[in-house]
Design a protein around this ligand. Structure first.
Ligand code: ZN
Length: 287
């Protein structure tokens, strides 16, 4: 297992972690100043600044991009909606390419309209079929630009509104169906927040192997959890066996970055310096 305490060479931070405190340019500067070598920016934050400017800034700062958040949300109520989702995913691939991101993270989507509180239907099977079709339709394009697609399974508490892909096994089944040769064009983003509870986690990480493990996201699961989306914990403050899960990934061949991704109303109210310094300290001690 890799030793993380000595330096920050495997650390990445997701820009949403400090989205309330720092604009993307300020976040890039804050990470570069600390010697954090990689980030994962969100699309809306990139759009707010401009793709070209962000791409230049990232390059000038010498940062790697451990992903681009995010594509996906494939299901829709009609043909026009499905088409619009595919077009948007192609744009996301283009942007990931322009930024030099190592992958485009896919949050699959779920029941159309559910995210706004009005699901158009209850057919999660249909949503899953549309996700499969959407990934299949995006994969060839992404492959042509050498942008790997990383499916991120989300905790089942988000199956109705954000992602109907809810386990690592389910994500890997899609990968095997659409990319049987394990070419590297399709894999998973494994987030401990969504997967720590899974009784099949050990076996499925081994099944994924190096070719499918495209990104690794860490935070912690707080007890009690007060919000289904924005109450993630700082690493070490919850019950996730972080070192154990990382050891499983590394045993499977993962040698990439460890990306800190914390959506937290509590941390979003703290000073950015305190937040980032705590991320670094916990990365070096409990991850
Ligand atoms: Zn994640």
């Amino acid at each position: 297992m890799r030793e993380l305490s000595g330096d920050l060479r495997h650390l990445s931070i997701n820009s949403a972690t400090a989205r309330n405190q720092l604009t993307l340019p300020a976040f890039i500067e804050a990470c570069a100043r600390r010697g954090i070598p990689a980030i994962d920016p969100w699309r809306d934050q990139v759009h707010a600044v401009g793709l070209t400017q962000v791409a230049r800034h990232v390059k000038d700062a010498g940062l790697a991009l451990t992903g681009y958040c995010r594509g996906g949300f494939f299901p829709a109520v009609d043909a026009a909606g499905l088409r619009a989702a595919l077009e948007d995913n192609r744009r996301a691939v283009d942007e990931a390419k322009a930024l030099g991101a190592s992958c485009l993270v896919l949050v699959a989507g779920a029941l159309p309209g559910a995210l706004c509180g009005t699901p158009a239907h209850r057919n999660i099977g249909l949503a899953r079929t549309q996700v499969m079709d959407g990934i299949a339709a995006t994969l060839d394009y992404a492959r042509s630009l050498s942008v790997p697609l990383a499916i991120e399974p989300l905790h089942p508490m988000q199956a109705a509104d954000r992602a109907c892909i809810n386990t690592l096994e389910q994500a890997l089944d899609i990968c095997d169906a659409l990319d049987p040769s394990r070419s590297g064009a399709l894999g998973v983003a494994l987030d401990v927040y969504h997967t720590w509870w899974d009784p099949k986690l050990t076996a499925q990480i081994a099944r994924a192997g190096r070719e499918r493990l495209l990104a690794y996201h860490v935070c912690d699961w707080l007890v009690p959890t007060r919000d289904l989306v924005n109450d993630r914990g700082m690493m070490g403050d919850g019950i996730i066996e972080l070192k154990k899960i990382r050891s499983l990934l590394e045993r499977a061949g993962y040698a990439g970055y460890v990306e800190v991704e914390i959506f937290s109303q509590a941390w979003w109210t703290r000073p950015a310096d305190e937040l980032l310094d705590t991320c670094v300290a916990r990365y070096q001690t409990v991850v």
